[in-house]
Design a protein around this ligand. Structure first.
Ligand code: ADP
Ligand code: MG
Length: 539
């Protein structure tokens, strides 16, 4: 007690100290609460969460990472679990719910062990041994996949997308994802694959059905030509991608220009017109027939451009203009005076198309065939957002499978197999760590249980059915068919996931659980009163 008083003495008044077992209980409960909040979303039959933010915006999602990001979690240990989701998302791009569930369950199991007076140090040691072993085992379970095996890649995409409201469109969307993969994967000088995100752009348009979505080789821009007198379509043309406008030069240096006589104003304005015309002429003289710019195109410039048959598209996102430059083999122009041939790109076809009620520009048949665009259609913006998250997960899953060349069966086949093998491993360990390794094995079972629960199946029956299959060597790839409530061979059923999802989930969940277990005191500083009244730094 005296020590505690001393502790508080060194901290700002109002600070809080929570110690030992009490601190640990708080932390474990917080972590479990986070895991509990996403548990019901796991798997193909998981439910969605509706999140309403402080401005009233609504998100309906099944995606663990998205849900946790939007939840604005405050408790420090709970935030460490949110970090697990973030790490999982950035390293594997999918599997966030699994990783968070595992972290929460590892802590719950640890809590049971501390109640039986097992010291944290033994738990941590045992968890680390179990995690090392689990990584070894899961790698041994993995099967090879090649970038050429499009049928398998489609299955990986399909598995990653399940549950994200995409069920009716899964076939179509997985096909699309595998096609996109060709565009986004590039090989570096050492022949290693890497992902070039810039090559892909996704435009969402409400209205229509998901089957009306399209993949387009080329750059799609969510804007039409600036002036209806400009051509609607051009073939085999030179293209400029610019970060400057076509307008009168900034007059700020000529601020001293004083108009003393009426005629002078006209003179000034004529001078500006001349300037604009000179810029358009320069573009015309280079043979350029299409201009894409981040800035403005003056009315007068539009008039001349239309007259010369040049298409102009203005006020674009920088990333769109960059994509035009990349696809057409040009470079972004920042000054018309410094322009050379190298800046000019070429396109086989430039056209204005109609998507729903909107005009869009499409630059296709380009030098760089890798740049592609997706127009995603769906009935509401919420569905479109969820489709986008599904596509994003699927793209990552396919890409990681190709980069690592390894996949594993889904439907909790991995978790059940690892659990059983870890129990065997535990019997070979003499010390107290044995108990922790068993607890680790128990924790892994949260995955089949959650999959079963979410499908309205009996979790215990299903886990036993799976374990029975895994008892024989032939059953190693058996997972849960959540639709029929039985154990099936997941490789044969085409429910497959990249190895990386599992290795990353094991690593980050173990790390976070151990980190939280090492904490025996929580020293919380007094909240700094914010004079402006705003809440101090949220997530
Ligand atoms: P996460 O955020 O962890 O990716 P998901 O909600 O995407 O969570 O669910 C992933 C889990 O669902 C994995 O265990 C995966 O193997 C399983 N799964 C996906 N498709 C199927 C399927 N068709 N049958 C059974 N399990 C599946
Ligand atoms: Mg997933």
């Amino acid at each position: 007690m005296a020590e505690q008083a001393g502790q508080q003495y060194v901290m700002r008044e109002g600070g809080q100290v929570t110690r030992g077992r009490e601190a640990q209980t708080y932390n474990i409960m917080a972590a479990m609460a986070v895991a509990g909040s996403v548990a019901s979303t796991l798997g193909p039959r998981g439910m969605d969460k509706m999140l309403v933010d402080s401005t009233g915006d609504i998100i309906v999602s099944n995606d663990g990472a998205t849900i946790l990001r939007k939840m604005d979690i405050q408790h420090p240990a709970a935030r460490m679990i949110v970090e697990v989701a973030k790490a999982q998302d950035s390293e594997a791009g999918d599997g966030t719910t699994t990783a968070v569930l595992l972290a929460g369950e590892l802590l719950r199991q640890a809590g049971l062990l501390t109640e039986r007076s097992l010291h944290e140090a033994s738990i941590i040691k045992g968890y680390q041994m179990a995690s090392e072993k689990a990584l070894e085992l899961v790698k041994a379970m993995a099967v090879d996949v090649s970038a050429k095996d499009k049928a398998m890649l489609k299955k990986i995409a399909g598995t990653a997308m399940t549950g994200k409201d995409t069920d009716n469109a899964r076939e179509f969307l997985s096909d699309m994802v595998v096609k996109c993969m060709d565009a986004t994967m590039e090989k570096d000088a050492n022949g290693k694959y890497y992902v070039e995100k810039k090559n892909l752009v996704l435009e969402k348009k409400t209205g229509g059905r998901v089957e009306d979505s399209r993949i387009i080789e080329g750059v799609l821009i969510d804007k039409g030509r600036v002036n209806f007198q400009m051509p609607e379509e051009l073939k085999n043309v030179k293209v400029l991608a610019m970060d400057i406008g076509i307008e009168a030069k900034d007059t700020q240096f000529d601020a001293e220009f004083k108009i003393r006589q009426p005629g002078q104003f006209q003179q000034f304005s004529a001078m500006e017109d001349e300037q604009i015309k000179a810029q358009v002429d320069k573009i015309k003289d280079m043979g350029v027939k299409a201009v894409f710019t981040t800035k403005a195109i003056d009315d007068l410039a539009q008039h001349y451009m239309a007259k010369y048959g040049i298409i102009g598209v203005r006020r674009l996102k920088k990333s769109d203009v960059e994509r035009v430059a990349k696809a057409t083999g040009g470079s972004i122009v920042t000054s018309l005076d410094a322009i050379s041939k190298d800046f000019i790109g070429t396109a086989g076809l430039i056209e204005e198309i109609k998507v729903g009620d909107d005009e869009m520009m499409l630059v296709s048949k380009c030098k760089d065939q890798k740049v592609i665009s997706i127009i995603l259609r769906g009935t509401t913006s919420h569905i479109l957002d969820e489709y986008e998250r599904g596509i994003d997960d699927a793209l990552h899953a396919v890409q990681n499978s190709i980069i690592d060349g390894k996949i594993v069966p889904g439907g909790a086949a991995v978790e059940v197999e690892l659990g059983m093998k870890l129990r065997q491993y535990a019997t070979t360990i003499k010390g107290k760590e044995q108990l922790a390794i068993e607890a680790y094995a128990n924790a892994l079972e949260i995955v089949p249980k959650a999959l079963a629960n979410n499908a309205g199946l009996n979790a215990i029956d299903m886990t036993i059915a799976l374990k029975n299959k895994h008892d024989s060597k032939k059953g190693i790839n058996y997972g849960l068919n959540v639709y029929e409530g039985k154990a099936i061979n997941m490789l044969e059923a085409g429910v497959v996931e990249p190895l990386r999802i599992k290795t990353q989930a094991i690593k980050s969940a173990t790390e976070a659980a151990c980190m939280i277990l090492r904490i025996d005191d929580i020293l919380a500083a007094a909240e700094v009163k914010n004079p402006a009244g705003g809440a101090p730094g949220g997530m």
